[in-house]
Design a protein around this ligand. Structure first.
Ligand code: BDP
Length: 648
């Protein structure tokens, strides 16, 4: 549908529940569901042919990959870029091929009442999937899951194994998210024939490959396809509105049951939609805001269906946090109380694995967040793995959930084609993350050229559709443009502003920060009367570089710059500033450039997650902020005291 038509019909379609077709529930084991993880070594080949199409011309998906040429061992999940010793593979642009043989349990291939689904957590950027040489799925976008029902294929013959082939292309164009441009260097006196490079307008390395878990799972053929939860609070009573979507049959019964953490049933219901009421509900509170943060109930959904083959049951359990989110002219409220974001911006980035999902890394990062006293992060600049969102729910780390709308700079990237894709990505993101209590706001983009003429219509449409998809959360995008010129700002609920005073200009002059920042905040607030988050600020430092008086790139300069920001944040948070998120949690890899020293060094932790001086400064600040914004709960106060690096 053309974007103009979306603008007109979109909200209506969404209101009718037509746009969000098909669920994307996280695959889980239950008495009716099984999982088979496909992580480990896959066979791999990059197509280095000039047009990058040799794999399609030679139909590499038809026979085992080893038969069409040499293969490498490639770990999944991982980016392929930093695993090998091949310089060309590190910066490869085009199609790469992954393949894995899987042995299937007999029941999966013989029981026609079993539905077998292949799920790919993420494949950056464009993916085509075949099973036993048969095309089963295609997906655009590198940060969200997609699935293929492969039951018919695996149940069509005497098979006990299947061959999964996935071709992935990391090329970015003005219409992808994030956008990019392929630059063809045609001067043959300087470049070899056919030479091209990928150009982008974002500041992180375009890692590619199978970045997140790949797995097979089963459901019965009549199954719980999706669940949507929204929660509210009426005095002491928690309200859980639920909607359950079923596929495979029209004749079924649904029972839902809400259990507390002790396993006690606190509310029950029947049917596809309804409201559960929980007297004296334990609310989901952010980390450090309550003595028992992140309280999760379990919503057990039980489906019973009558099919030709007899009665079928399906079970799915969804964690549910009861909480409310609201925005006033100058506050961000969680459960009716002012919430101040004190946290970080992250990246999915680490040595060797690149953007590949890794449990030890994830747990380390959450331990560091808690050590720091951080209560929030933004998923800069793309949706993170679902497992990350689950940990945020469990630990009470509040999330601003961002789309991959980063580097939207060129006017072509505001075209109808781009807008259409951006709408689809928001739909996929909301569909995946809508039930996470930790997610309190959607961010549709980071630092677009929102002063360009088409930006007004683009953001108006995008934000309106995101709100129609999910009326329960505020929507923003993150800007670095001027308050007078920003054509998207009128449509956001919260103004998120990035600034790099005394870093990208006024080099070395930390003293100018307070005036710059105070003036900027006042201008934004006077113009829009909306709460403001300092969504990025920071300075680069190379761990171990020391200089006093501070010079740029020393740990002292990074610390000194943060201190100047904090002076103003401490004044304005009394009025309308509702958060501060440091850029960045950890050093991360970027494209090579004279401005980057083996990547971006604005981390308060190194890429190996060791603290720089700035981490200790922020730790002190965040625990102090936590102490001030906690609602007089002695247990949290004593936790603050215990963990705080200083006494109050
Ligand atoms: C900001 C961008 C972020 C960059 C950062 C920087 O949003 O992606 O990494 O600048 O330059 O403007 O360090």
């Amino acid at each position: 549908m053309p974007a103009g038509l979306w603008a007109a019909l979109g909200p209506l379609l969404w209101a009718c529940g037509l746009a969000l077709q098909g669920g994307m529930l996280y695959p889980q084991e239950s008495p009716s569901r099984e999982r088979k993880e496909l992580d480990g070594l896959w066979s791999f080949r990059a197509d280095f042919s000039e047009n990058r199409r040799q794999g399609f011309e030679g139909q590499w998906y038809r026979t085992p990959l080893r038969e069409s040429g040499p293969t490498l061992d490639m770990p999944v999940p991982s980016s392929f870029n930093d695993v090998s010793q091949d310089r060309q593979l590190r910066s490869f642009v085009g199609w790469v091929w992954y393949e894995r043989e899987v042995t299937l349990p007999q029941r999966w291939t013989q029981d026609l009442g079993t539905r077998v689904v292949l799920r790919i957590g993420s494949a950056h950027y464009y993916a085509i999937v075949w099973v036993n040489g048969v095309h089963v799925a295609e997906h655009e976008g590198g940060h969200l899951p997609f699935e293929a029902d492969i039951s018919k294929l695996v149940q069509s013959g005497p098979l006990s194994s299947c061959r999964i082939t996935i071709a992935i292309n990391n090329t970015l164009t003005p219409h992808t998210l994030p956008p990019g441009t392929i630059l063809h260097k045609t001067d043959i006196s300087k470049y070899p024939k056919g030479y091209f490079v990928q150009d982008t307008n974002f500041d992180f390395f375009n890692y590619a490959g199978l970045h997140r878990p790949v797995l097979l799972y089963t459901t019965p053929t009549t199954y719980i396809d999706d669940i949507t939860i929204t929660t509210g609070v009426d005095q002491d009573t928690g309200l859980v509105d639920y909607q359950v979507f079923v596929q495979g049959s029209e004749y079924f019964q649904l029972e839902v049951c809400l259990l507390d953490q002790e396993g006690k049933v606190v509310a029950q219901g029947t049917g596809g939609r309804g409201q559960l009421q929980v007297p004296n509900a334990h609310l989901w509170w952010p980390y450090l805001m309550h003595e028992h943060p992140a309280y999760l109930y379990s919503l057990e959904v039980r489906l019973t269906a009558q099919t030709a083959a007899g009665a079928v049951s399906d079970f799915y359990t969804l964690p549910v946090g009861i909480r409310t989110v609201a925005v006033t002219e100058h506050q961000f409220l969680i459960n009716g109380k002012p919430f101040y974001f004190h946290g970080v911006n992250k990246h999915e980035d680490a040595d060797i694995r690149g953007r590949g999902f890794d449990w030890p890394l994830l747990v380390k990062d959450f331990n560091l967040l808690r050590w720091l006293g951080a209560n929030a992060f933004r998923t800069s600049h793309y949706p993170y793995a679902e497992e990350v969102m689950q940990l945020c729910d469990r630990y009470g780390i509040v999330v601003i959930d961002e789309s991959p709308g980063v580097g939207i700079v060129l006017v072509q990237s505001y075209s109808n084609e781009s807008l259409q894709h951006h709408l689809e990505v928001m739909e996929e993101l909301v569909r995946r993350d809508k039930n996470h209590p930790a997610v309190v706001m959607w961010s549709v983009a980071n630092e677009p050229t929102s002063f360009l003429k088409p930006a007004g219509y683009y953001f108006k449409t995008l934000i309106a559709h995101t709100k129609a998809l999910d009326p329960s959360r505020p929507v923003t995008f993150v800007t670095n443009s001027n308050y007078e010129a920003d054509l998207g700002a009128p449509y956001v609920d919260v103004i998120c502003v990035n600034s790099y005073y005394s870093w990208y200009h006024d080099y070395g002059h930390l003293e100018v920060i307070p005036l710059h920042l105070a003036t900027e905040f006042e201008n934004w607030y006077r113009t829009y009367q909306k709460p403001i988050i300092q969504s990025e600020y920071g300075a680069g430092s190379v761990a171990g570089f020391h200089q006093d008086p501070p010079l740029m790139f020393s740990e002292e300069y990074q610390k000194g710059l943060l201190e100047q920001y904090h002076l103003v944040l401490d004044q304005k948070r009394k009025d309308y500033v509702v958060g501060e998120l440091i850029w960045n949690f950890a050093d991360f890899m970027t494209d090579q450039s004279p401005r980057r020293v083996m990547g971006n060094k604005k981390g308060i932790f190194t890429r190996q997650r060791q603290p720089k001086a700035a981490a200790f400064l922020l730790r002190e600040r965040y625990w102090k902020l936590a102490n001030e914004t906690t609602y007089h709960l002695s247990a949290v106060k004593s936790q603050c005291l215990e963990n705080s690096p200083f006494s109050f």
